[in-house]
Ligand binder design. Structure first.
Ligand code: PAF
Length: 278
């Protein structure tokens, strides 16, 4: 596996490459969820590039940028086992040579300001900008993202379409622990007792989807879910049912829905979602 630690190294390697390329953008601390994206990428293209870059532009001032787990050697070992062609791990100076304050950025309006975007102002500007930069740097044919970050995936899909980018964006179902908890690098922040509580999020999503499918009014199901999660000790950021395409409130005729949750267990903010039809 090629370990490319600068844009120059990436460009030199990429210019000699023949065949198609699939990119899996990550912030490292890879778990089985990421590795499943790599497996899917292998089926989509001749070469798989995994980027590892903890993107400062998508973290708010009081968020966990400094604490974000960095496990580069273990990540590389796992990627070698999965047959990755190259890992691209640029420095912050390489990605943002003029600093962040005056960096040109990409804003996907509307969808970036709701749900996680309302709680984390500027987050999706940071995500859209780094993903666009990675697409320009790596020049992939296909890029793979996890559906756990459902809003992120929709933001990236809209950005790619709006800017006529020739990258095919694919989403991959959320990888879960045996008890249903969505795999996430942030699960590592949970204490033992918080980890034991965390599966209630997915259980609540499943119950809520089932009662909506049985005819319960969406607002009632959302409220019930909020009560269950609060009773279990979670501090709710949002619990919302939205239509899948643009994450706006569903109209009576909308059939393709997704329920999204963001909630704190202690200091850890967890997100999850469940897509369902009614
Ligand atoms: O999902 C992530 O890990 C990040 O948001 C991404 C897409 C790699 C951009 O930094």
């Amino acid at each position: 596996m090629q370990v490319l630690k600068s844009l120059d190294e990436l460009r030199a390697w990429r210019s000699l490459l023949e065949g198609s390329v699939a990119l899996v953008p990550t912030m490292g601390n890879l778990h089985e969820g990421h590795l499943k994206l790599v497996d899917m990428a292998q089926q989509q293209a001749d070469h798989v590039v995994v980027s590892i870059f903890v993107n400062p532009m998508q973290f708010g001032k009081n968020e966990d940028l400094d604490a974000y787990p960095r496990t580069f050697d273990a990540d590389c070992a796992a990627l070698i086992e999965r047959g990755t062609a190259a890992v691209f791990a640029p420095t912050v100076a390489d990605v943002y040579p003029r600093g962040l304050a005056e960096q040109t950025s990409i804003e996907v309006p509307g969808i970036s300001d709701i749900l996680c975007g309302a709680s984390r102002p500027g987050h999706f500007r940071g995500v859209a900008t780094i993903v666009a930069k990675l697409f320009n740097m790596v020049q992939p044919d296909v890029a793979i993202f996890g559906e756990k970050d459902f809003q992120q995936l929709q933001v990236i899909r809209l950005m790619t379409a709006d800017l006529s980018m020739s990258v095919t964006v694919l989403g991959m179902p959320t990888e879960r622990a045996d008890d249903g908890l969505a795999l996430s690098s942030r699960n590592g922040y949970l204490s033992e007792s918080e980890r034991a509580q965390a599966p209630i999020i997915y259980q609540t999503l499943q119950q809520s989807a089932a009662v909506i499918q049985q005819g319960m009014v969406i607002e009632t199901a959302e409220q019930q879910a909020r009560e269950i999660l609060s009773q279990q000790g979670l501090r709710i950021d949002y619990v919302e049912v939205r239509r899948r395409s643009d994450l706006q409130s569903p109209q009576p005729e909308d059939r393709e829905l997704v329920m999204l949750v963001a909630a704190f267990l202690g200091k850890t903010r967890l997100i999850d979602n469940l897509a369902f039809d009614r």
